[in-house]
Design a protein around this ligand. Structure first.
Ligand code: SF4
Length: 703
């Protein structure tokens, strides 16, 4: 029972889960959150989904870490199944903060001084604030002396970011999702907003109800199809075939906007040659969508007064994820469906602050504001601002860091609020890497599957326990406020990062989170006219914003693009199969993702009573046809295996899943989906192929 009585005070903040960024009010009694209400924020207008409304009591979970811990001398690093998170004392001992911080920083310093800066790496968090992300990447770059810093964006929209930076010169969305109110045609591809961006989904459904043509493109028949004008359930992994067929129609039928292309787009002539081969007739058998539908949707999109595209990880989490996004960008550019109300490109961001953490430089190739670490002039600016010499080479990404540990190149890591022992592909490989580290510091709320491998565990702050800004999928910088006190000796993440940095010689003296925001904003032109005080006062400010007293812009690129000459760029794509296709031994396609009630690796939501009560069990979603073929009933156990591992979990009939496909949510440690997934990377975004690999599905006990 999470309801503890009528509140005695309230605190306004933002939801800690998805990138929609719903504003909410915590209702508090005796320093405990007792309930949550939606607030009138720009992204939610008082709405909340089940996670925002009921997903708050993880902060009171008895498994919360309340004391720093150090691994006991001589105790080997073993996987999570051998350690009870509520009783870790056979493996760890309690320590004072001074001892834990000295040990944490000391181990990192020893490796840096002995093996060089590139023997260290850090994962920050898209679950923390912008200020934490900024300080974390600054610590890795200035204190460790390496660009080996990354976070879960690498597993989420890295390929979208790489295509957007290349094509339109900016990784952020061109229009807020609320712009659907002005859209005649709305395409939602490779996304399942009713589960993953539930409040955004309400805007899409309302627009469809008002008469907008909603087109859902997804290998799974998502719940949004009930509201759709067209449901295009294409075959897994064939996005490029389907999208290029639509582009072919637009080019062949001259439905493109010649004047827009001449004014704002480069590379059309060469790019056009490439799409000639992708006729709807030839692509139809590949993607599974008939030629008439491909033509009809392409015409509707191109001819609409205003059309907008949303996409999710069904687009990005492929070895051809960047190509998928390039096709979507081409659709918008050749038709001029960008830069006006109701038009645009919008990758729906996953985590509450994955936009902000990437903006703040928590990625290995860019300083804050996507400024290349390899550009000597830019590097000189940051060297002057931060007062140290900076490394000239881009760093390694999430999966590359795990590979570098196996290769003996990386020996020490600092992980703040990420759980790669659940979120990385091919978990056996990732977990072994974590176990092999000479020195691992983990800062988190719980003894996660990653923290069990740590040498030092630092008890951190939950979102309702700290002040800080976050940036949602709409480019809205919003204020989160501390609502309840920290438990035990847990500390604010920001100050833990500063304490580690100073032990590595950084000499920082930030006294207030607002000071960090001010320094960060001074280095980020995107945040011009946004101050800490303004966000505090207004609760949310959309960037870019043209003055201190005017609202930010919901729609950008109305007069060209932030690229040389103001031109956007078209990039041709080719058909490329997924890295691992089904065969005789592994005849199914495995796809993974989230579900409504659970968040990513489950470290928060599975410690939340209401959410875990609604969805307590690891499941494999299978079609009726597959269930019958296996000779089982829904609820029976199935074994799903790939070339990398196997899990046993409960079969759930889900007619949204095609025959021959198994979909597994990745939040469940007892049947971790990522034991199975393929670590092969998209060559541009370096994102693994979570959405496709070959798998075997068997009944554990055939009836
Ligand atoms: Fe939180 Fe996203 Fe749900 Fe809004 S839609 S309440 S931000 S999880």
């Amino acid at each position: 029972n999470v309801y503890l009585g009528a509140p005695d005070r309230t605190v306004d903040s933002v939801c800690p889960y998805c990138g929609v960024g719903c504003q909410l009010t915590y209702e508090i009694k005796n320093d405990k959150i007792v309930s949550v209400s939606g607030r009138n924020g720009p992204a939610n207008e008082n709405r909340l989904c089940v996670k925002g409304r009921f997903g708050f009591d993880y902060v009171n979970n008895p498994q919360r870490l309340t004391k720093p811990m150090i691994r006991k001398e001589g105790v080997p690093k073993v996987p999570h199944e051998f350690i009870d998170p509520s009783n870790p004392w056979t493996h760890f001992r309690e320590a004072t903060w001074e001892e834990a911080l000295d040990r944490a920083a000391g181990g990192l310093k020893t490796i840096r001084d002995r093996d060089g800066s590139d023997a260290l790496a850090g994962f920050g968090s898209a679950k923390g604030s912008n200020e934490e992300a900024y300080l974390f990447q600054k610590l890795v770059r200035t204190g460790f002396g390496t660009n080996n810093v990354d976070h879960c964006t690498r597993l989420c929209h890295a390929s979208s970011v790489s295509a957007l930076l290349e094509g339109v010169g900016s990784a952020a969305v061109s229009a807020t999702f609320n712009e659907v109110k002005n859209s005649e045609v709305i395409i939602v591809i490779g996304a399942n907003p009713t589960e993953n961006h539930p409040v955004a989904a309400t805007y899409f459904k309302q627009a469809a109800k008002r008469g907008s043509k909603l087109v859902i493109m997804d290998p799974r028949g998502t719940a949004m199809k009930r509201h759709a004008w067209k449901m295009m359930q294409f075959k897994n992994g064939t996005d490029v075939a389907m999208l290029n067929a639509m582009l072919n129609v637009i080019v062949t039928e001259k439905l493109y906007d010649e004047q827009y292309i001449q004014t704002y787009v480069e590379g059309f002539a060469a790019w056009k040659e490439n799409v000639k081969d992708f006729t709807p007739e030839e692509m139809a058998p590949i993607c599974g969508i008939d030629a008439d539908t491909l033509r009809e949707v392409a015409r509707a999109y191109a001819r609409a007064e205003s059309a907008i595209i949303f996409w999710g990880m069904g687009v990005s989490q492929h070895t051809h994820g960047t190509d998928n996004a390039r096709c979507l960008i081409a659709l918008a550019l050749i038709t001029g469906q960008i830069g006006r109300p109701g038009t645009g490109l919008h990758p729906l961001r996953g985590q509450n602050n994955v936009q902000g953490a990437s903006d703040a430089g928590l990625i290995p190739m860019f300083f804050p504001d996507y400024k290349s670490v390899e550009n000597p002039e830019i590097r000189a600016q940051y060297e002057s601002a931060w007062g140290v010499k900076l490394p000239p080479k881009r760093g390694k990404t999430v999966v590359e860091i795990m590979d570098a540990i196996h290769a003996g190149e990386i020996k020490g890591m600092y992980i703040e609020g990420e759980n790669p022992a659940m979120s990385d592909p091919d978990l056996n490989h990732a977990r072994q890497a974590l176990a092999d580290l000479e020195h691992l510091v983990v800062q988190d709320l719980f003894l996660t599957e990653t923290a069990v491998y740590a040498d030092v565990v630092l008890p951190a702050s939950g979102w309702p326990e700290k002040d800080g800004t976050v940036t949602n999928t709409n480019r809205q910088v919003q204020m989160g406020r501390a609502a309840v006190p920290l438990p035990g000796d847990a500390r604010q993440d920001l100050w833990i990062i500063q304490d580690i940095a100073n032990r590595l010689g950084c000499g920082w003296n930030y006294k207030h989170v607002g000071e960090v925001f001010t320094e960060m904003a001074s280095l980020m032109p995107a945040l011009a006219n946004i101050t800490w005080e303004r966000v505090e006062r207004q609760h949310a400010v959309t960037y870019p914003v043209d003055g201190p007293d005017v609202p930010g812009r919901d729609v950008v690129f109305d007069a060209g693009f932030p690229r040389p000459g103001g031109f956007a760029k078209l990039v041709a794509t080719k058909l490329q199969p997924p890295d691992e296709v089904p065969d005789h031994d592994y005849p199914f396609i495995l796809s993974t993702g989230r579900q409504l009630e659970h968040w990513h690796t489950g470290s928060m939501t599975r410690r939340t009573k209401v959410l875990d009560a609604i969805e307590p069990t690891a499941i494999a979603q299978l079609s009726r046809g597959t269930i019958e073929k296996l000779g089982i009933e829904p609820g029976d156990m199935v074994r799903v295996s790939t070339r990398r591992g196997e899990v046993e979990l409960q079969a759930r009939q889900d007619d949204a899943v095609p025959d021959g496909v198994v979909f597994i949510p990745f939040a469940y440690v007892e049947a971790a989906a990522n034991l199975l997934t393929n670590p092969k990377l998209d060559p541009f975004g370096k994102i693994p192929e979570f959405k496709f690999c070959a798998a075997k599905v068997e009944a554990v006990r055939p009836r």
